[in-house]
Design a protein around this ligand. Structure first.
Ligand code: HEM
Length: 511
C-alpha cells in the first residue's frame, strides 16, 4: 500500500476513534446522568460544576463533613441522596441505617474502596489491610485477629497507664500547650510499641528535627494549605510527581518513614531468624507486637511477604485516637459540669484501685457515655467510601457498577431523625435512655460496621479511656479563647476531623 494511502487510512481510523471518544464523553457527561442513569430519580443537589462535581463546594464549606450533612438535612427521609462527582459521574450519599447495613454488611463484598480514595489515603498510609479486597482482606483480618484479641489488649494496660503517667509529667511541666501535637506524640508512642515492639520515645523527641517518626507523620498528615490542596487533587488525578515544594516534602517524609521501617523490619527479621536458628524459638507464646508476629508467622512461613504498609496502616490509627483526645479535652472545657462528673468517677476508681484493670475501666458508666458521646459529636474519622464492583440493588435502587457510595459517620450521628433534634449537642446522658433508631448499634458509626469495621476499635477505646482517667483526675483545662468545638477552623479537605493549627489550652493541677 502506498504511504499516502496508509496515512489517509490511519487518519481516518484516528478520526473515527476521536469522534467516538468525544461522542462517548459527551454522552457520559451531558446525556447519561440526566436521561439514562438509574439514579436520576433520587433527590439531591444540583449546584455542582460538571467537570469537578461538588469539590469546590466541599472545599469552600471549610468542613470535611460538609456539604453532605446539609444535604442529609435537606432530604431527611431519603435513604440515598444522589450527587455529582468529577465529570458529572454518579455518586450516592447513604443516609439511612438500613442502607448502611446493606452496603457495609449484607452486600459488603459487592463494594470496594474507590479509586480516588485509594489514591488519597493509600498515598499516605500505604496498601495494608485497609486496602486489601475480597479473599485477601478476609485472610488478613483472620491473621490479625489474635493481636487485637481481648487477652492481648489486656496485656497492654500497664503500658498504656505508664504512657498516661508520662503525659501527666509533661503536662505538669507546662502551663500552656497545643493539644493535637502533644496527644499525637503519646498515641504514636503507644502505636510504636503495639506495631513495632519499640519505644519510639517520641515524647522526648521534640527537638530532634525532621528525621523523627513524629515529624514525618506531621508532614504527611498535616500539610500546609498547598499540601492540603495537592492531597485533594491527587485523589482525582495523580499529581505527586509534579516538581512542587509541597510534593517534595511529602515524598521526603514518606521516604524517611519507609527507610526507618525497613531498617526496623530487617533488624527484626534477623532477630527472629537467629532465635529460630538456635532452636530457642522467638517467644511466640509471648508475642504481642504486630511486627514480630508478622515476621514470625508470615515472613518465615514464606507465604506472604507483608510489607511495611501493614505497619503504617496500623500506626496511622494513632492519629484518630489523638483527635478523639483533643475533642474530648475541648468538650471538657466547654462542659465543666460533665467534666466534673467524669473526674468524680475517675478519682473514685483510682482511690479504690490505683492501677485499675480492664474490668474496672470498662465498668465506669459515665466514662463510657462520655467517650461515646465525644466520638458521636466530633467523630475523628470522616469518610467511609466504597465503589460498586457490579450493578447492585440497595434499598430497591440499582447502583450501577463504578458508582461511588459515601457513608460519613457524621451523616448518621448528626441525623436528627435518628438522634433527635438535639443531635448536635454534647449530652453524655443521652446514652442512658436511647430510643428508636438511636438504640440500634449501627446508629453509632464512628468505627463503622461489618467485615471492615475498625480493627483497632477496642485498642483505641482502651487507650482513650486510660488517658482520660489520668488527665481528668489530675488536671483542669482552660481554653485560651472562647471558641466552641463547632466553631473551630478545621483542616479541609481531610480524612480526619482535625482543628487547623490545633487547639491551645492552659493546664493546671486539679484541686
Ligand atoms: C478513635 C479512633 C479510631 C477511629 C474513629 C477509627 C475509625 C475507623 C473507621 C471508620 C474505619 C472503617 C474505614 C472503612 O471501612 O472505610 C476504620 C478502619 C480501620 N482502622 Fe480504625 N479508627 C480508630 C483507631 C484505630 C487504631 C488505633 C487502629 C490501629 C491499631 C486502627 C486501625 C484500623 C484499620 C487497620 C482499619 C481497616 C480495617 C479493614 O479494612 O478491615 N484504627 N477505622
Amino acid at each position: 500500500m502506498r504511504l499516502d494511502v496508509l496515512m489517509a487510512v490511519l487518519i481516518a481510523v484516528l478520526g473515527v476513534y476521536l469522534v467516538r471518544l468525544v461522542a462517548y464523553t459527551m454522552y457520559q457527561i451531558f446525556i447519561y446522568p440526566y436521561f439514562a442513569s438509574p439514579l436520576r430519580h433520587l433527590p439531591g443537589p444540583k449546584d455542582h460544576h460538571f467537570l469537578i462535581g461538588h469539590s469546590l463546594n466541599q472545599f469552600r464549606s471549610g468542613n470535611p463533613n460538609q456539604p453532605y450533612v446539609s444535604w442529609m438535612r435537606q432530604w431527611p427521609k431519603a435513604p440515598l441522596i444522589r450527587y455529582f462527582d468529577v465529570g458529572n459521574s454518579d455518586a450516592v450519599l447513604v443516609t439511612s441505617l438500613d442502607a448502611h447495613k446493606e452496603i457495609l454488611h449484607a452486600k459488603a463484598y459487592s463494594f470496594q474502596k474507590p479509586t480516588f480514595f485509594v489514591r488519597l489515603i493509600a498515598d499516605i498510609v500505604g496498601f495494608g489491610i485497609g486496602f486489601a479486597e475480597g479473599e485477601e482482606h478476609k485472610k488478613q483480618r483472620r491473621a490479625l485477629a489474635v493481636l487485637f484479641s481481648p487477652s492481648n489488649l489486656k496485656a497492654y494496660i500497664p503500658l498504656l497507664q505508664s504512657k498516661a503517667h508520662h503525659l501527666s509529667s509533661l503536662f505538669d511541666r507546662i502551663i500552656e500547650t497545643e493539644l493535637v501535637s502533644i496527644y499525637s506524640k503519646i498515641t504514636l508512642d503507644i502505636m510504636g510499641v503495639f506495631a513495632l515492639g519499640l519505644d519510639l520515645d517520641d515524647l522526648q523527641s521534640r527537638n530532634t528535627g525532621s528525621t523523627s517518626f513524629q515529624a514525618c507523620y506531621h508532614e504527611i498528615f498535616e500539610p500546609d494549605g498547598l499540601g492540603q490542596m495537592l492531597m485533594a487533587i491527587n485523589g482525582i488525578i495523580p499529581i505527586r510527581w509534579l516538581p512542587l515544594r509541597a510534593n517534595r516534602r511529602f515524598r521526603q517524609a514518606n521516604k524517611m518513614i519507609r527507610r526507618q521501617l525497613t531498617d526496623i523490619i530487617q533488624d527484626r527479621v534477623r532477630t527472629v531468624g537467629a532465635s529460630k536458628a538456635t532452636g530457642l524459638g522467638c517467644g511466640e507464646e509471648k508475642i504481642k507486637d504486630l511486627l514480630t508476629f508478622m515476621v514470625a508467622e508470615k515472613y518465615y512461613a514464606g507465604s506472604d511477604r507483608w510489607t511495611e504498609n501493614m505497619i503504617t496502616d496500623q500506626v496511622s490509627g494513632h492519629q484518630t485516637t489523638a483527635d478523639a483526645l483533643t475533642w474530648a479535652t475541648q468538650l471538657m472545657i466547654e462542659h465543666p459540669a460533665e467534666a466534673q462528673r467524669l473526674r468524680t468517677e475517675a478519682v473514685d476508681l483510682l482511690h479504690r484501685k490505683p492501677s485499675p484493670d480492664y474490668r474496672d475501666i470498662e465498668s465506669l458508666p459515665y466514662l463510657k457515655n462520655f467517650t461515646r458521646e465525644v466520638l458521636r459529636v466530633q467523630c475523628p474519622g470522616v469518610n467511609v467510601a466504597r465503589e460498586a464492583t457490579h450493578d447492585v440493588v440497595i434499598q430497591g435502587v440499582t447502583i450501577p457498577k463504578g458508582t461511588t457510595v459515601l457513608m460519613q459517620p457524621a451523616i448518621i450521628q448528626h441525623n436528627p431523625t435518628i438522634w433527635s433534634p438535639d443531635c448536635d449537642e454534647f449530652k453524655p446522658d443521652r446514652w442512658d435512655h436511647l430510643e428508636g433508631e438511636a438504640a440500634d448499634p449501627w446508629a453509632f458509626s464512628a468505627f463503622s460496621h461489618g467485615p471492615r469495621v475498625c480493627i483497632g476499635q477496642a485498642l483505641s477505646m482502651l487507650e482513650f479511656k486510660i488517658i482520660l482517667i489520668e488527665l481528668v483526675s489530675t488536671f483542669d483545662f482552660e481554653g485560651i479563647d472562647d471558641t466552641r468545638a463547632n466553631e473551630i477552623k478545621l483542616i479541609n479537605p481531610s480524612p480526619m476531623l482535625r482543628p487547623d493549627g490545633g487547639i491551645r489550652v492552659r493546664v493546671k493541677r486539679a484541686k
